[in-house]
Design a protein around this ligand. Structure first.
Ligand SMILES: *Cc1c(COP(=O)(O)O)cnc(C)c1O
Length: 366
């Protein structure tokens, strides 16, 4: 099978570096909120060009903690995209606020600025943009809209480690950004992990308290917090994996380019490559096809694994029904959910596998 993810193929040196990191943590005798987390937070803040990174339990908690640090909660509305991981919208609900669902651009599947503008009302406090599939959203346009309407701009960077917009790393364009280090992400650990980045030190301090039961100094709890800390073991693993991130992104980019050059089939539509290659880190390589389900079956028969990101738009998930949404409807997200299919695009695919995937795609008769 040509796999969506191939952790099993990772090089021996990387495995050894991770074992050393785990050994270091075990032998340190300090397993929660210690040196590894501090070092990783510093490194991740540097990578994103932000002054603060706060390690938390996972990507969803990063968004919830960030929203709560901004004082967003019951009675407030937060606009986000219909085409994202369920966690984006669930984090808004968990913070006590109401998600308002906006539509996507049909070409790129990225949150539409015009649709967001139509969703703004008196209760709107923030917009969460998602750099879906690893493609940076038009952050300049979102910054303009949010500042003119006095809204917080929030980035969901769970799929965009290493992506840039206008030359600057994503993750520091708004009030804060949420990151996930779930194993399949461009930078992942061997379990759950997350972080938020922000240039606002007060917000970072509040997030540090919220992740640790709302504790300010030991046993003093001014806030009703969560238990959501990045473990020392995961911070150690992330430090071992971080030096590989750029080369992994480069490999993903090469695969994306090979798909773009090789796939020629009227039944398969590719999402356009961006003008600036640095703005896309190809976390997922999604195509669309009106015959999506038959195409997935054809690829499966030819030994090619695929997944669908995402088959059901946010507003059609049971806990999200009856949410406010774009008054013009969400037709682009509905269509994308029915037609999208993600192809294998991980740093450990061989040239032969990529060529096999391309020729199977080209053989599909619709
Ligand atoms: C993975 C993901 C999340 C959630 O991250 P977890 O670490 O699994 O909680 C949130 N948003 C997007 C866009 C994601 O892809």
């Amino acid at each position: 099978m040509i796999p969506m993810n191939a952790f099993i193929r990772e090089p021996e040196e990387l495995i050894q570096a991770q074992i050393e990191a785990v050994t270091r943590v075990i032998r340190s005798g300090w397993w929660i909120l210690g040196k590894e987390v501090q070092t990783f937070e510093r490194e991740w803040a540097n990578r994103t060009g932000c002054s603060n990174a706060v390690g938390v339990g996972n990507g969803m908690d990063a968004l919830e903690i960030g929203l709560r640090s901004l004082g967003i909660g019951p009675g407030d509305e937060v606009i986000t995209t219909a085409m994202t991981a369920f966690a984006t919208a669930l984090a808004i609900l968990r913070a006590g606020a109401t998600p308002v669902v906006a539509d996507i651009e049909p070409e790129t599947a990225i949150l539409s600025v015009d649709s967001v503008a139509r969703c703004i009302g008196p209760k709107t406090k923030a917009v969460i943009v998602v750099h879906l599939y690893g493609r940076s959203a038009p952050l300049d346009e979102f910054q303009r809209l949010c500042s003119s309407q006095n809204l917080h701009l929030i980035e969901d960077c769970a799929q965009a480690h290493g992506a840039r917009f206008a030359g600057k790393p994503v993750g520091c364009f708004g009030a804060f950004a949420g990151w996930s280090f779930y194993p399949t992400k461009n930078l992942g650990t061997i379990g759950d992990g997350g972080a938020l980045t922000t240039s606002d030190s007060d917000l970072a301090e509040k997030a540090r308290q919220l992740r640790n039961y709302g504790q300010s100094i030991r046993y003093h709890h001014p806030l009703k917090g969560l238990n959501s800390r990045l473990d020392e073991i995961h911070a150690g693993i992330l430090l071992a994996r971080l030096p590989s991130l750029d080369s992994w992104i480069e490999k993903r980019r090469q695969i994306a380019e090979a798909y773009h050059q090789g796939i020629k089939n009227p039944h398969v539509r590719l999402l356009p490559l961006p003008k600036d290659p640095a703005s896309h880190v190809h976390h997922l390589f999604a195509i669309t096809s009106p015959a999506r389900d038959r195409l997935a079956a054809h690829l499966q028969e030819n030994g090619i694994e695929t997944l669908i990101h995402y088959p059901i738009p946010i507003q059609e998930q049971k806990p999200m029904m009856n949410l406010p949404h774009d008054p013009a409807g969400l037709p682009a997200a509905k269509k994308h959910a029915a037609e999208c299919l993600s192809l294998p695009c991980n740093p450990f695919l061989t040239d032969t596998e990529i060529a096999t995937a391309i020729s199977s795609l080209n053989q599909f008769k619709g």
